[in-house]
Write a protein that binds this ligand. Structure first.
Ligand code: FAD
Length: 360
């Protein structure tokens, strides 16, 4: 996603004998094309990380200089201010390969900078189904575990075998099994401990045994009841639904769902249902937990925000869960609108809404 305006002024130093050197520092680097809101953002200093072995030296330099820093994938789940101080690490590690395969399934190893949707299509081209419900989610493979991306009843954590990351506390590369990653709804150990782990590579396990996962009504409705779709057919249906419901960030800036769907106890859900019989919700967790996930988009719509415009920013006209930049918007403007929505939903339903994108 590098923009031409950011072309480096001098060639990169050739790394000796194939060992990746410290990448060139990119001063005042425009992130306009690397944040899906399309905000005008300058990173004071940026480094394009193309190899895991570059990270140690870069982090040592940053820490010695006492600079603030953060990691960026494609910028599709962040709210960025006009100026990002310190250092921004752009995760551009490429490459994907099947590293093991037998009759029961395949292990696939993927660089953190690979585009998520391209990777999903690649798995289907290799006859490795499993990730099709997650098609068309913007962003990089390395960011997918951070909030445990999910859509249409599937979460990425279910298919992750292990993660390679640079551990900034231990100052070394580590490999973490999925069981150590604390994957939960839009959460993981990586989100809970920002700036501890820099994910360099993700290893997926895709079992050979496969059945389509059509729990979500929208998706099930795309197929006749007597037809068992292929993974490719599910992927195409998912893309069609998403294109219908969500704005394309290339056309209108947004970060997908701006709020998490709140999860409440069954007792609170039943009280709300009495007051709002048309309340939209989904079962959450296993049946014994008895929790409900409430549709934040429905609640925001019910408070009258769908399609509302507040200067350069607003609420998407077809999906109230999505806040948009009509052009010229800023982080402050979108956060002010978000606060108004949160207050209204809290007053109406007694339920707090949490932001989904990460705010810098
Ligand atoms: C139109 C649209 C639709 C979307 N739909 C969905 C959806 O259906 N489901 C869903 O779950 N999400 C959805 N999202 C959110 C977003 O696509 C995902 O969160 C995605 O994984 C973000 O990837 P990214 O590379 O853009 O990450 P960024 O936005 O660049 O970063 C997100 C966070 O991850 C951290 N990070 C990024 N890369 C790394 C790394 N390699 N190591 C450590 N930390 C890292 C960053 O520091 C930041 O905190 C949507 C977004 C948009 C714009």
């Amino acid at each position: 996603m590098n923009s031409a305006a950011n072309a480096p002024s001098s060639p990169k130093t050739a790394p000796p004998s194939g060992i990746p050197g410290i990448p060139e520092m990119l001063p005042d680097y425009s992130l306009r094309a690397r944040n899906s809101f399309g905000f005008e953002v300058l990173a004071k200093q940026a480094y394009s990380i193309t190899h895991a072995d570059q990270i140690c030296a870069v982090i040592e330099d940053i820490e010695a200089a006492g600079l603030p820093w953060r990691v960026l994938g494609d910028g599709s789940n962040v709210i960025l201010p006009p100026l990002l101080p310190g250092v921004t690490l752009l995760m551009d590690i490429a490459g994907q390969a099947i590293t093991q395969q037998d009759a029961s399934g395949a292990v696939v190893s993927v660089g953190a900078g690979v585009n998520w949707h391209d990777f999903v299509i690649w798995t289907l081209d290799q006859s490795l189904p499993g990730l099709e419900n997650l098609a068309l989610i913007p962003g990089t493979v390395g960011a997918a575990p951070i909030q445990n991306i999910g859509a249409y009843g599937v979460e990425v954590g279910e298919y992750i075998q292990s993660i390679e990351a640079y551990d900034c506390h231990l100052k070394t590369l580590v490999e973490m099994p999925a069981s150590d990653c604390a994957f939960a709804y839009r959460n993981s150990i990586f989100k809970a401990h920002p700036n501890r782990y820099i994910i360099t590579r993700v290893h997926f396990y895709l079992p050979a045994a496969w059945t389509p996962r059509l729990r979500y009504a929208d998706l099930a409705a795309a197929f006749a009841s007597d037809h068992v779709p292929t993974a490719e057919e599910v992927m195409v249906a998912v893309c069609k639904i998403r294109n219908r419901k969500l704005p394309d960030p290339k056309l209108i800036g947004n970060a997908g769902s701006f709020f998490q769907n709140p999860v409440v106890e069954q007792s609170q859900y039943l009280r709300l249902l009495e007051q709002f019989p048309e309340l939209v919700s989904y079962p959450e967790g296993n049946e014994h937990e008895g929790k409900r996930k409430l549709a934040a988009g429905w609640m925001i719509d019910r408070c009258g925000f769908k399609g509302l415009r507040a200067g350069a920013v607003g609420v998407y006209q077809h999906q109230a869960l999505v806040l948009v930049n009509h052009g010229g918007g800023t982080a402050d403007a979108v956060l002010a609108l978000a606060k108004t929505i949160q207050d209204n939903v809290q007053d109406t339903f007694g339920v707090p809404l949490l932001l989904e994108p990460i705010c810098y």
